[in-house]
Design a protein around this ligand. Structure first.
Ligand code: HEC
Length: 151
C-alpha cells in the first residue's frame, strides 16, 4: 500500500517537474486581434542582438528563407519567404511580434516556423522538444531589428 502511494507521489512530482520546465521557457502573452501588443519581457529589444539572432543558423536562421538589403553580406539566402526590406512599413510592432512568435496566426498554413511556441508542433528535433527556438528576449530583439527595416 505505502509502496504504491510512494510510487504515485514520485510520478506526480516527475510530471510536475516536466510541465514546469517547458512552461517556464515560454513567456505568457495575450493575443489581441491576431497580434501581440505587449512586449514579452520588461527589457527593451536590442536591434543589434536581433540582427545576430536573425543571421545565426542555430537561432533564427531567417536567411534560410529570407533576404534583405541590410543582410546582403551574409551567406545562405533563401527565397522561399519574401524579402524583409520594408517590413517595418508593412506591419506594426504588435503584428511583427505575432509573426515571429507564431506566423500561423497571420498566415494560415505558412511554412515559416513558430519561433516561440512549443505546443502543437510536429517535426521538432528531440533536442528542441519542449523548448522554443527563440527565447522571449530574443523575440524582442528580433522584433526590434525588424522595426529598423523600413524603406
Ligand atoms: C522555412 C522558411 C522561413 C523561415 C526559416 C523564416 N521565414 Fe519568415 N516567412 C516565410 C514565408 C514563406 C513568409 C510569407 C508568409 C506566407 O505566405 O507563408 C514569411 C513571412 C515573414 C514576414 C512578413 C514579411 C512581409 O513581407 O510582410 C516576416 C516579418 C518574417 N517572415 C520574418 C522572419 C524572421 C524574423 C525569421 C527568423 C526568425 C523568419 N521569418 C524565418 C518563411 C520563413
Amino acid at each position: 500500500m505505502s509502496v504504491i502511494r510512494q510510487g504515485t507521489i514520485a510520478a506526480c512530482v516527475l510530471l510536475l517537474g516536466v510541465a514546469t520546465a517547458s512552461a517556464s521557457d515560454i513567456a505568457s502573452f495575450e493575443v489581441v486581434d491576431g497580434t501581440i501588443p505587449q512586449p514579452l519581457t520588461d527589457v527593451a529589444g536590442d536591434p543589434v542582438a536581433g540582427k545576430q539572432a536573425v543571421v545565426d543558423r542555430k537561432l533564427g536562421n531567417c536567411l534560410a528563407c529570407h533576404t534583405a538589403a541590410d543582410l546582403a553580406n551574409e551567406p545562405f539566402h533563401g527565397e522561399v519567404g519574401p524579402p524583409l526590406d520594408g517590413v517595418a512599413d508593412r506591419w506594426d510592432e504588435a503584428t511583427l511580434r505575432m509573426i515571429v512568435v507564431n506566423p500561423k496566426m497571420v498566415y494560415d498554413g505558412t511554412i515559416m516556423p513558430a519561433f516561440h511556441r512549443v505546443e502543437g508542433l510536429n517535426l521538432v528535433m528531440d533536442k528542441f522538444a519542449g523548448k522554443p527556438i527563440l527565447t522571449a528576449q530574443q523575440v524582442e530583439d528580433v522584433v526590434a531589428y525588424l522595426k529598423t527595416l523600413s524603406e
